[in-house]
Design a protein around this ligand. Structure first.
Ligand SMILES: Nc1ncnc2c1ncn2[C@@H]1O[C@H](COP(=O)(O)OP(=O)(O)OP(=O)(O)O)[C@@H](O)[C@H]1O
Ligand SMILES: [Mg+2]
Length: 294
């Protein structure tokens, strides 16, 4: 059993399966910000089930099997790739810190952008004398106090792929040219990475983007700005599949394409009152229920 920040992973009722049990909890800023919100685990579970049903119907390989109850999903047990993959139609959020030349007016990319963030903490001076990489839970206990990370600690560092490995950088600084960074062995081979991008991430994003575009609100269709995905190797057959969850924590969605009409977790990160955050999650659970009807 794994006790995560937002869910528990329990042994499943059938061999090779796990149960993802959602907590009534939101976290932001890599656990620097935490809130308990009754009902939110059920809304997030509905959202993931709706998204994964849509993806499965569209031929995207996923770990999802079925929803068991309000807060539980039955999924294939996977060996997780320790990477957060982000697919972007627009350059927003931390992308703009890495690419300061990005226009302030949201402008879609013709070609989707895929980025990778390593699911560990990169610890640099002044927190340590010699740079190191730590598991996030270890980094949390050492370097997170009173909702603040120590200077020099970079959670989910940005991955720059080079010929001789992956190089980690702070996600909040402009992307450097081909030097510097902390080298790690790539956790996915070039071949696996290509499969992940071409056969899972890009198709998944396009399917979800199209589904949101068909959802009309009073302000216009919903625009999918970006989305975070996790990939696993299914233990039963070794296949690479879309794993973890895709819920209202995973993406930016803007009603009518207006950044001020965000329906996603960004409201929470920005300090909106919790009842308003709860309403957004409930609304998004309802709106994603229109996905699977097609
Ligand atoms: N199908 C699956 N099989 C095995 N592990 C999974 C599966 N889906 C998700 N997980 C893993 O379960 C763990 C717990 O989930 P949770 O999202 O709550 O963790 P977390 O504290 O946010 O940590 P993380 O930063 O790794 O996501 C995560 O590490 C996630 O990658
Ligand atoms: Mg997680």
């Amino acid at each position: 059993m794994v006790e995560g920040k937002t869910k528990q992973i329990l042994e499943g009722p059938e061999p090779g399966t796990v149960v993802l049990l959602a907590k009534d909890r939101l976290t932001g800023g890599d656990a620097a910000k935490v809130a308990e919100i009754p009902g939110i685990g059920a809304w997030k579970t509905t959202q993931t089930a709706n998204v994964f049903r849509l993806l499965a119907n569209s031929g995207v390989p996923t770990a999802f099997i079925r929803q068991l109850d309000e807060r539980s999903l039955l999924c294939a047990d996977c060996e997780m790739v320790p990477v957060e993959y982000v697919v972007r139609r627009y350059g927003w959020g931390s992308y703009r810190a890495r690419h300061p030349e990005t226009p302030a007016v949201p402008t879609p990319f013709d070609e989707l952008v895929v980025e990778r963030f390593y699911k560990h903490a990169l610890v640099l001076p002044p927190a340590v004398a010699e740079p190191e990489v730590l598991e996030e839970s270890v980094a949390r206990s050492k370097y997170l106090s009173n909702g603040r990370w120590a200077e020099g600690v970079h959670t989910d560092p940005y991955v720059q792929i080079r010929d001789d490995g992956w190089y980690l950088h702070s996600a909040k600084r402009p992307e450097p040219e081909r030097d510097g960074g902390y080298r790690i062995e790539a956790p996915a081979s070039d071949t696996a990475d290509t499969t992940i991008v071409q056969e899972i991430l890009l198709p998944a994003f396009r399917v979800i983007e199209d589904a949101w575009r068909d959802v009309t609100t009073e302000h216009g269709p919903v625009v999918l700005v970006d989305c975070k995905f996790e990939i696993g190797t299914r233990k039963s057959d070794g296949a690479l599949v879309l794993s973890d969850v895709v819920d209202n924590d995973s993406w930016r969605i803007w009603a009518g394409g207006d950044p001020k009409r965000q329906l996603d977790k960004q409201r929470f990160r920005d300090g909106a009152p919790l009842p308003e955050v709860a309403n957004a999650y409930k609304l998004v659970a309802e709106l994603t229920s229109r996905f699977s009807a097609e």
